[in-house]
Ligand binder design. Structure first.
Ligand SMILES: [Zn+2]
Length: 178
């Protein structure tokens, strides 16, 4: 399946609340596979449906190669994910986002989370996540609620990022380098 287009700031769709997936059928599975391919190609370690313009509660994640360059791919498909528990302990890590290219910032979040979701076959699953996996899953679930990682920054920093991307859009795509 063809790769999908990733939308970026200041696209207002990124602020939409995604709708639950009612039925997991072949169309949903095909879409998840296309999301995964798009995520790998970007390259990224997490992608939410809304980032490819489809505000449904679907997420793909693969942190295997972030942890070990030679690791086999280990994709996770999370449908209708829900945080059941998050630790009081918090952790700070640098985050980026495929919808906010080339911008990175430190974000503090719960260090560990337990998340319920439906897998690619529609089977209920639970996962206990820590480290980078906990960060990615929380970042992607935020996307499903129209929230971006820059929302955790100071208003000043956030406004600067939004302004930069809005200006870039006004100027149009960068001219081709010949
Ligand atoms: Zn993101």
């Amino acid at each position: 399946m063809a790769k999908l287009d990733i939308i970026t700031l200041p696209d207002r769709k990124l602020r939409m609340k995604s709708a639950p997936v009612e039925r997991i059928d072949d169309d949903v599975r095909r879409f998840l596979d296309a999301m995964l391919e798009t995520m790998y190609a970007a390259p990224g370690i997490g992608l939410a449906g809304v980032q490819v313009g489809t505000p449904r509660r679907m997420v793909t994640v693969d942190v295997a190669q972030r942890e070990d360059e030679n690791a086999e791919p280990n994709p996770l498909f999370l449908i209708n994910p829900k945080v059941l528990w998050s630790s009081d302990e918090r952790a700070t890590g640098e985050e980026g986002c495929l919808s906010i290219p080339d911008y990175f910032a430190e974000v503090e979040r719960p260090a560990r989370v337990r998340v319920a979701y439906l897998d690619r076959d529609g089977k209920p699953q639970e996962i206990d996540a820590n480290g980078i996996l906990a960060v990615v899953i929380q970042h992607e679930i935020d996307h499903l609620n129209g929230k971006l990682f820059i929302d955790y920054l100071s208003k000043l920093k956030r406004d600067m990022v939004i302004k930069k991307f809005t200006k870039q859009q006004r100027l149009g795509p960068k001219p081709a380098v010949l």
